[in-house]
Write a protein that binds this ligand. Structure first.
Ligand code: SF4
Ligand code: SF4
Ligand code: SF4
Length: 302
């Protein structure tokens, strides 16, 4: 089994002694970045001692003690290198492309266009001009794509998020009443109701509650007759989510956008952001008007 660099670092790190003071300092690091911080500090110590991580065996490394001075020095090093790594935006995607069975609509092509757009718009240059002091990761514009409504990549807490989706429709194909669609829907949106053109009580047809439907496409996959079929494929687009001191989930643009409409929405968002972010505040921080959702939607699909 191939061990990733991160795992190697972690395994190496378990072989180092930490002083009580250094350990206390590490405990003050927020839990969700603590492991990364620990790896960085241990890498700093090993580099200082000129010990290659790959040469470490199962024994505790002699003389490799992590002290509070190491913690401080590693932090300084990290902060001084940070601005070199910043590219102005972060863009990521869920693991849909690695064979996940839940993919409703692949966001790969959209992500490529979005990254090109963010590069062309030179967000990094914009941030360098507007942010007072050093650029930090938290200044970067964040975009995330998920290939289905499970949202493993957390688009709901990013400046711009897309969720791959497929809207079901009812076709003319006769329904076998198998109930597979009812059972497949994770959100209980499908019921079997009387068919108005038949008096036979056994002859029911599926009804979809579109107000609750998250467009995952599971019912389409489950239907053996094609009675429930694909209506439209596209992306749900979410804006202005963020964590931090005043967290907020993103607001969703109405409707299902095509890839080009979602790209237009991103372009509109970037224009808004560049015009209104006077000191490099995150888009999510300056976008507070739900009315803006409608404006961006209209611009994006007209
Ligand atoms: S968001 Fe959906 S498609 Fe992507 S990895 Fe998660 S479950 Fe799979
Ligand atoms: S698309 Fe998903 S959420 Fe919508 S009705 Fe079908 S199974 Fe239910
Ligand atoms: S719509 Fe399809 S899955 Fe649903 S009950 Fe009819 S045949 Fe079965």
């Amino acid at each position: 089994m191939k061990i990733s660099d991160t795992e190697q670092e972690t395994n190496a790190g378990d072989k180092l002694h930490w002083t009580t003071e250094a350990e206390s300092a590490l405990k003050k690091v927020p839990f969700f970045v603590r492991k990364k911080a620990k790896n960085r500090i241990e890498k700093y110590v090993l580099d200082k001692l000129k010990i290659r991580r790959s040469s470490i065996g199962s024994e505790v490394v002699d003389g490799a003690v992590v002290t509070i001075e190491d913690v401080k020095a590693a932090k300084e090093k990290f902060l001084s290198n940070m601005s070199k790594d910043i590219r102005g935006f972060q863009a990521d995607r869920c693991f849909g492309a690695s064979g996940c069975p839940n993919v409703a609509n692949s966001s790969g092509s959209f992500l490529e266009k979005a990254e090109n757009l963010l590069e062309q718009e030179n967000i990094l240059f914009f941030l360098k001009q507007h942010v007072k002091g050093d650029l930090k990761y938290h200044h970067e514009f964040r975009l995330s794509c998920a290939d289905c409504p499970n949202c493993c990549s957390q688009p709901q807490i990013k400046d711009f998020g897309v969720i791959g989706a497929v809207l079901p429709a009812i076709a003319d194909e006769p329904c076998s009443q198998c109930q597979a669609c009812v059972n497949a829907c994770p959100d209980h949106c499908i019921t079997m109701s009387d068919n108005s053109i038949s008096t036979d009580s056994r002859c029911k047809i599926p009804t979809i509650d579109f107000s609750s439907c998250l467009m995952c496409g599971k019912c389409i996959e489950a239907c053996p007759t094609g009675t429930i079929c694909e209506g439209k494929r596209g992306f749900r687009v979410q804006l202005a989510g963020h964590l931090g001191r005043h967290p907020r989930l993103a607001l969703e643009i109405d409707g299902l956008l095509s890839e080009s409409e979602a790209t237009d929405a991103l372009r509109n968002v970037i224009q808004f952001y560049k015009k209104n972010s006077r000191e490099g505040e995150r888009f999510a921080k300056i976008f507070n008007e739900p009315d803006m959702l409608e404006i961006i939607r209209k611009k994006s699909i007209n």
